[in-house]
Ligand binder design. Structure first.
Ligand SMILES: CC(=O)N[C@H]1[C@@H](OP(=O)(O)OP(=O)(O)OC[C@H]2O[C@@H](n3ccc(=O)[nH]c3=O)[C@H](O)[C@@H]2O)O[C@H](CO)[C@@H](O)[C@@H]1O[C@H](C)C(=O)N[C@@H](C)C(=O)N[C@H](CCC(=O)O)C(=O)O
Ligand SMILES: Nc1ncnc2c1ncn2[C@@H]1O[C@H](COP(=O)(O)OP(=O)(O)OP(=O)(O)O)[C@@H](O)[C@H]1O
Ligand SMILES: N[C@H](CCC[C@H](N)C(=O)O)C(=O)O
Ligand SMILES: [Mg+2]
Length: 488
């Protein structure tokens, strides 16, 4: 329990009506979660406006309301605080309410279109192996030491985020590694946090449904680095066209990583095959278990961050060389009899799909066919659908378009939008099967011994979201089940 006046410290306020010397049990952005004694923060969202639920929140017992526009009626028993930006206010209030947890540990944020989960997870595992107590906030799961806290978002809302960081502090974590999604930056979920470092992986086509233009998407990602303090480091991938731009206006200590040019952390791939990567890093040859050039970038980012966090070079490389990737990222299985290789990967952007298919091409020894099963998410960026379809078709021998979380959309419509990206001469490669399980089964039936099946887009996800219901579904178990069934 905290006093409202203290929780409002540093919030840009326009007016206060009522007594702000009251205690607050909890902060809420959802009126449906309000309990007596809570403060309700009215946020304007994509679908609706939190201001419409102020009366509901008061009915449920809210004793404070933070909003941009005051309602016509101001009941006396409630303190109304008018602010110019309630999303920013929410971040700052959450930071105050939970007693600035991000200042009590070293918080490192990772942003970029692809690679965030991989980099954050590797950092978490690396620093844990080096003997530190760590926290992780990621798409796959949140973690406090060994305790797993299920994740609902890549980056949680400001209140849940600060609550998790506060738990990490309570449990004596030295470090926290988190993904910073572009939605989170734009919605100010990270407002008020103190970062010890920020990492940029890359930026390619995604989320244009939300950000509208690629320039706006870049601007939002860059805002994360613009906001870092001068005590932090800012580490960027300069092989990405926008790598330098990201750090243009940051106050943080700048550092770079690259596979292609001079950089603070320069790496070179010496070998890249199914057993992993052999790279030259810091004048040494090091073997890593992760596969593919894109993972060479992720590993360099992790190594660089380790050095910037003052860790010993030898210990870092030794620990890093033993680490496995995050769940559902280039995870592969082999069928018993026909040695068909199944690869499960979370590639859900054109760039990720191209990278994974290029990696697979590298692994091919002979004439193995590559059969790709892929879909595109509903209620998400529609522009990426034909582009992903084209990427999959161009770099595979057979392709099966299927469903990937159609959400509120008709999956057949999504598939039609994908089909539009397939050039006429490639159409015979493509089959469309709405049911994802059927699609995986068909891929198995098309496969000859030693062929490679890529099941892309869902990675670690354990569900298929259709019309608001999450039906249990796991690409890896379905693939294994089909392998067993077809090879009986
Ligand atoms: C598009 C988007 O990011 N939406 C997020 C946003 O919801 P919204 O803007 O739709 O909210 P809204 O429904 O319009 O409601 C506005 C406000 O009214 C409140 N409300 C609403 C109804 C009511 O009865 N009472 C009430 O108080 C809501 O709690 C909210 O505060 O704010 C909510 C609260 O923080 C988030 O849960 C929600 O995430 C949705 C579920 C989502 O799917 N987000 C995805 C796109 C997302 O954030 N993804 C990124 C990762 C992307 C990536 O890296 O690839 C992530 O970080 O997870
Ligand atoms: N550095 C990278 N560059 C390009 N592609 C990558 C990179 N790292 C991973 N990928 C590809 O992108 C997919 C997603 O990787 P990862 O989950 O690490 O990214 P993410 O940024 O966390 O994604 P999300 O935005 O969904 O949280 C992987 O399965 C792989 O196909
Ligand atoms: N963080 C991404 C994940 C996409 C994963 C894919 N399986 C889908 O559902 O589109 C998003 O919410 O857009
Ligand atoms: Mg992620």
């Amino acid at each position: 329990m905290q006093v409202l006046r203290d929780i409002l410290y540093n919030v840009g306020m326009l007016a206060v009506h009522g007594n702000n010397d009251i205690s607050v049990n909890a902060l809420r952005i959802d009126s449906r979660a309000v309990q007596p004694g809570d403060a309700f923060i009215a946020v304007r969202g994509v679908h609706t406006d939190g201001h419409s639920y102020i009366a509901k929140a008061i009915e449920s017992g809210a004793t404070a309301v933070i909003c941009e526009t005051l309602p016509d009626e101001l009941p006396e028993q409630v303190c109304f605080v008018q602010v110019n930006d309630s999303t920013a206010a929410c971040g700052i209030m959450a930071d105050n309410f939970y007693k600035h947890p991000s200042r009590e540990l070293q918080l490192v944020g990772v942003t970029g279109t692809n690679g965030k989960t991989t980099i954050a997870t590797l950092l978490f595992r690396l620093f844990t192996q080096l003997g530190y107590k760590c926290g992780l906030l990621s798409t796959v799961q949140n973690q406090i030491g060994d305790t797993i806290v299920p994740a609902t978002h890549t980056t949680p809302d400001a209140i849940s985020l600060n609550a998790l960081l506060a738990d990490m502090v309570k449990q004596d974590c030295d470090y926290a590694f988190m993904e910073v999604s572009s939605h989170a930056i734009h919605q100010q979920r990270i407002a008020g946090l103190k970062f010890a470092g920020g990492i940029f992986s890359n930026i390619t086509h995604d989320h244009l449904d939300y950000h509208k233009t690629f320039d706006e998407y870049i601007r939002v990602k860059k805002a994360f680095f613009d906001g870092l303090p001068n005590t932090a480091f800012a580490l960027t991938n300069i092989d990405d066209k926008r790598g330098n731009v990201m750090l243009q206006n940051t106050k943080a200590r700048k550092a770079t990583y690259s596979l292609r040019s001079m950089a603070d952390f320069k790496g070179k791939i010496l070998e890249n095959n199914l057993t992993g990567l052999i790279m030259q890093v810091a004048e040494q040859e090091v073997h890593f278990r992760l596969i593919g050039e894109f993972n060479a970038y992720n590993l360099l980012a992790v190594y660089g961050a380790g050095i910037l966090l003052d860790q010993d070079k030898q210990k870092l490389l030794q620990a890093l060389s033993n680490l496995q990737g995050a769940e559902g990222r280039f995870d592969y299985v082999l069928s018993d009899r026909q040695r068909i290789m199944g690869i499960i990967d979370y590639a859900h952007t054109p760039d990720a799909l191209l990278n994974v298919l290029a990696t697979i091409k590298n692994l091919r020894k002979g004439n193995e066919q590559v059969i790709t099963v892929v879909g595109c998410g509903g209620d998400r960026d529609r522009a990426k659908r034909p582009v992903m379809a084209q990427a999959a078709t161009e770099h595979s021998d057979r392709v099966i378009f299927t469903s990937d979380n159609p959400r509120s959309e008709d999956p057949a419509d999504i598939i039609h939008e994908m089909e539009a990206g397939v050039p006429v001469h490639q159409r015979k490669k493509v089959l469309s099967i709405v049911d994802r399980k059927e699609a995986i089964k068909t891929a198995m039936s098309l496969a000859n011994p030693e062929d490679i099946i890529l099941v892309a887009g869902k990675g670690h996800e354990k569900y298929q979201e259709i019309k608001g219901v999450k039906h249990p579904f796991d690409d890896k178990s379905v693939l294994l089940e089909m392998m067993r069934l077809m090879e009986k």
